[in-house]
Design a protein around this ligand. Structure first.
Ligand code: ATP
Length: 237
């Protein structure tokens, strides 16, 4: 197994608040890795640092053996890392298809948009149905799919998902995780951060537990799901 993303000794602070402390983890090619933790554990901070939106006080982040900490966000996306942000952040006042097009902005000219839309619409038929509709009129689950579709339009090698289940009804949560599994089965490497430990660990090859900015446990998804500590803290006993 070869590492696609390696996070080494990562430390991120907001003033005096040490949000992330000495965090180490690896995402191998073709894996689904889930980073789980409670509110405020530092999950979003880690994703934002990988995407170049926060600067660490210490540590290294290697993507395909290249240190991406020296790159700006746009270069990080064009080198193959795409993030689906917390709360989806689809653009209202723009159609579904226009939102998808935005995902291609780092790929330059000369791409055949029609083919690219087709690939996404095959994966997300609901987006095809809604393609001319204002993105703001979509349900939460549909917006999550649009945000994923938009990230995939960047043709990433690594997809970062920030709490994909947040605010969704159980049925939609299942759907979203099924899609993540499908996307992974087609070769995409995925890093998920989630409070919904149950779903995130069920589909994960491996997982890490983050508590107060530190990694406290690691194992396969199945091992963590079966762990008493994880069950007590994250799965209601
Ligand atoms: P959530 O699930 O609520 O998003 P999280 O695990 O993603 O939680 P982070 O958002 O990374 O956690 O926050 C980690 C810590 O850093 C928290 O104590 C939070 O209050 C703090 N923090 C996050 N962003 C900032 C900021 N911009 N300024 C100051 N403190 C921040």
């Amino acid at each position: 197994m070869s590492a696609l993303l390696t996070v080494e000794n990562l430390n991120v602070s907001y003033g005096a608040i040490k949000a992330v402390q000495d965090v180490n983890f690896v995402v191998n090619n073709n894996e689904i890795v889930s980073l789980i933790g409670a509110n405020g554990a530092g999950k979003t901070t880690i994703l934002r640092t990988i995407s170049g939106l926060e600067k660490p006080t210490k540590g290294r982040i290697l993507f395909e053996n290249q240190n991406i900490l020296t790159m700006n966000s746009e270069r990080i996306v064009s080198s193959g890392v795409a993030q689906v942000p917390e709360g989806r952040r689809v653009f209202s006042g723009m159609t579904v298809q226009e939102n998808l097009q935005l995902g291609t902005f780092t790929r330059g000219k000369g791409i055949n948009l029609k083919d690219e839309y087709t690939l996404i619409y095959d994966q997300f038929p609901i987006l095809k149905e809604r393609r001319n509709q204002d993105a703001a009129t979509l349900s939460g689950g549909e917006q999550q799919m649009l945000a994923m579709g938009r990230a995939l339009m960047a043709k990433p090698k690594l997809l970062l998902l920030d709490e994909p289940s947040m605010g969704l009804a159980p049925l939609f949560i299942e759907k979203v995780f099924d899609i993540i599994k499908n996307v992974n089965a087609q070769g995409m490497t995925v890093l998920i951060i989630e409070q919904n430990a149950n779903q995130a660990l069920k589909i994960a090859d491996r997982g890490y537990v983050l508590e107060s900015g530190k990694i406290t446990m690691t194992g396969t998804g199945a091992e963590l799901l079966a762990s008493d500590d994880v069950r007590k803290a994250y799965l209601g006993g």
